[in-house]
Design a protein around this ligand. Sequence first.
Ligand code: ATP
Ligand code: MG
Length: 381
Amino acid sequence: MRLIRLTLRHFRNYSSLAFEPAPGLNYLFGPNGAGKTNLLEAIHFLTRLRSFRRASRRVMIGEGQRGMYLRGEFHREGGAGRGVTLEAAVQDHERRYQVNGKEEEDLLSYLDQVHTAVFFPESLQIVKEGPGLRRAFFDRALAAENPAHLAGAREYNRLLAERNRLLKGGADSDILAVWDRRFLKSAARIVARRQRYLGSLRGHLALLERSLASALGQRIEIEYMAEGAGLPGETWERLAAGEEDPEAGAEAALQRSAERLAAEERRRGVTQWGPHLDDFRIRLGARRARGAASQGEQRLLMLALIIAAVGSFRGARGEEPIILLDDLSSELDERRRGDVLGHVAAMGAQVFITSTEGPGPLMGGADAGCFYIEDGVLGAR
Ligand SMILES: Nc1ncnc2c1ncn2[C@@H]1O[C@H](COP(=O)(O)OP(=O)(O)OP(=O)(O)O)[C@@H](O)[C@H]1O
Ligand SMILES: [Mg+2]
């Protein structure tokens, strides 16, 4: 997918914007506070209906205004039908989301029209902070290429909440056993999907090792940790070893955890196992990235993960997501900045990249565009 025309009204510091980006790399630069991140946020909001900055809709409406309007015309490459136009209009507490001029009742179908992959400075927390952000990152990426994962995760969360209510209320163990049959299946499906997805990501990471090698310098390894089996330090891969079917393997392991932890959960009144507790361990070379990676290394690592996820998405869906990279190159040295920009420009997807610095000599080419932003006004350079 490529964004060919973006229209904004009263979005953040853009009172009015009409932007026709280039089909390849779009380099957006300008001083602090100019509106660079806001522009990426607008593309993200229009396609994902939420801000990557965790800002509410209210906060995004231009100061002093009661509403905002965003419209994007997207082109689908490769003959697979025509393009799509997305419109999002927010007025006071009302909101309208339209696909090709028609109101969308089903948000999931709106959200499945155009996919975006995003890096923004807070993405680094995925490496540094607790497991919740890592689960969210992998689950989102997985759900983008396989919407069934989103439905599965919703079902799981509902079953988990019910199970916790039962535990808290001291429900009879026979009743709990009935609940657990569905809960186990739902849990095992999530574990198996994540395992399969990680397999795909690893393949794409291995490809990057060749093409982004000089910037990365070290191997990236990811393990899917079975915290949700109540076994810290164990991986799902090892737990399900010997099983043909990862779902059956996960179910058997979860069943054993359920039995082992039954007494403890009754005492605590809250579920002690399940994929909502899992973690992903990321290694850069010999070390755990969480404690050891430098600022620049964390950026390269996240970028590699995002690019691997883009590759996996492309393989699964046969189309390109739009890539948003906010302030990616700060804290990268000159050589790595060049490697990264070169790689990103060669990817073939439409990319939006922001920086406070002007473009280097690498920028150019028929598919690329360079734009200067100041005070919510954008101009070509
Ligand atoms: N709802 C809003 N209405 C009007 N202006 C807003 C609104 N929300 C944020 N702004 C303004 O937008 C500007 C910030 O824009 P943005 O975050 O895009 O900057 P930036 O170009 O990415 O800067 P930096 O280089 O520092 O990251 C600030 O001046 C802020 O006051
Ligand atoms: Mg910014």
